[in-house]
Design a protein around this ligand. Sequence first.
Ligand SMILES: C[S@@+](CC[C@H](N)C(=O)[O-])C[C@H]1O[C@@H](n2cnc3c(N)ncnc32)[C@H](O)[C@@H]1O
Length: 211
Amino acid sequence: MITDPDIERYATEHTSPLPDFMAAIAADTREHLQAPEMLIGELAGRFLEFLTFALRARRVLELGTYSGYSALAMASGMGSGGGEIITCERDPEHAAIARRNIAASPFADMIDVREGAALDLLAGVEGPFDLIFIDADKPSYPAYFEACLPLLADRGLMALDNMLREGDVLHPADEGTRVLAELNDQIAADPRVVQILLPLRDGLVLVHRAG
Ligand SMILES: C[S@@+](CC[C@H](N)C(=O)[O-])C[C@H]1O[C@@H](n2cnc3c(N)ncnc32)[C@H](O)[C@@H]1O
């Protein structure tokens, strides 16, 4: 975690909690799934909820579903009045758990879990999307960025998680971190987009098309 744990806790305590059923999903994920640190968590989950709320998002694409927590956070900002989230997950066990969690939620009709490798699934996905959240395997992030940019609505946002790699991007020592550090540089120099790298959780990059 890049933020001081006391600050992170204080910020979470002063952030509206996500719906109760989501706390139950987080607890169940921590108890039963490997690598529960992959959950985006309460603070960044609420931030995603703010994004869909502020964008009045009607179509959302997610790469990396895990147990469905972040998809449900985004759905909660869209309200039960409609909208569509397509979320892509390669691991059949994760996809099954996400489908079960989503089916038991108030947003069951809004979220479509597609099983397979995200790059393959993207070939069958049509834009435009108001929000695209990228949170799958890190080595594929550059390919996801390129494949997703044309799918963004004119005033849409792309969000990429883990772009600080717990601070390791400052001195990349492994391949995954090197890929993300290079992608940060590439996005920062890309005239097609405007970006902000927020030190939220593990680093969240937001991108929209340049004017
Ligand atoms: C960090 S977790 C996603 C966490 C989720 N967004 C949340 O916060 O609740 C990453 C997920 O991406 C999945 N994944 C990894 N490689 C993938 C790929 N090539 N295509 C689709 N999903 C992939 C993993 O199985 C894992 O469930």
